[in-house]
Ligand binder design. Structure first.
Ligand code: KIV
Ligand code: NA
Length: 277
């Protein structure tokens, strides 16, 4: 049946099929997301925080994104791979945005790119789409500009702010975005966003009445828990299992319980005898 396409994503909303997106940052997680049957794997710039240990997504570079996108792409045979455009790779002008989106696609191998921003970035989205690169929008809480927004907090609380986010989504749709992530907005606004545009709204902290959901995989599987936002559901807690495994290994090494004979290579008796003669 092949790769999930832009047309498939748009069609899903028409048919009322909810879309599933998770983040992936390397080959094993690309493979697992693909095997689990997600529609889209997002190589999010959240990688800066959950796999590189940075305090925000601001320092993430185009080179880091390309490096991780390449690994995820190798694992995804069916899922569409969306690559995040990092901060300042599209904010400095339309020409820069097209060149850098092109690098993510050509060098990284992703199927689409995502960038943060609404009305103000519609001309950028339009130019990238015109260049032949599918674009996913991102409205509401936009982490790259969280400091300008006053921190990592819910957006669109009052009517004016909510209206502005609806305008953002409409502008992105008009510019040719094939879907739009809506992050950390009130659930009723999530519903209004989904009603306002024909392209799918992929929510993260946007309630259930949107067209699909995305979560950061490392949050969802409990691999990263330095901070867990309200909108995260932890489906498993991987960290304790891994820490316990490493501790058990450490104890085995220290007591010489590992490696056992079955983990060790033997040598023919005559070869050993000759060696020791
Ligand atoms: O970088 C990321 O993981 C994202 C999702 C939270 C949508 O942008
Ligand atoms: Na992101």
């Amino acid at each position: 049946e092949g790769k999930v396409s832009v047309a498939d994503i748009i069609q899903a909303k028409k048919e009322g099929r909810r879309l599933v997106m998770v983040t992936a940052y390397d080959y094993p997680f690309g493979l697992m997301a693909d095997e689990a049957g997600v529609d889209m794997a997002l190589v999010g710039d959240s990688l800066g925080m959950v796999v590189l240990g940075l305090d925000s997504t601001v320092p993430v570079t185009l080179e880091m994104m390309i490096h991780h996108i390449r690994a995820v792409v190798r694992g995804c045979k069916r899922a569409m791979v969306v690559g995040d455009m990092p901060f300042m790779s599209y904010n400095t002008g339309i020409r820069d945005a097209v060149i850098n989106a092109g690098r993510l696609m050509k060098e990284g191998g992703c199927d689409a790119v995502k960038l943060e921003g609404g009305v103000d970035f519609a001309p950028v989205v339009q130019a990238v789409v015109k260049a032949g690169i599918p674009v996913q929008g991102h409205v509401g809480l936009t982490p790259q500009t969280a400091s300008a927004l006053g921190g990592f907090k819910m957006q669109g609380r009052d009517a004016a702010a909510a209206r502005k986010i609806i305008d953002d989504a409409r502008a992105l749709e008009a510019a040719g975005a094939f879907s739009i992530v809506a992050e950390a907005v009130p659930a009723p606004l999530g519903r209004l966003l989904a009603e306002a545009v024909k392209v799918p709204i992929i929510g993260i902290g946007a309630g259930v009445e949107v067209d699909g959901q995305v979560l950061v995989t490392h949050d969802m599987v409990g691999l990263f828990d330095r901070f867990v936002p309200k909108f995260v559901k932890q489906y498993t807690r991987t960290r304790p299992a891994i820490i316990d495994a490493i501790k058990a290994y450490a104890a085995d090494v220290r007591t010489a319980a590992f490696p056992a004979p079955e983990h060790s290579f033997g040598m023919p008796d005559d070869a050993l005898a000759a060696l020791q003669a």
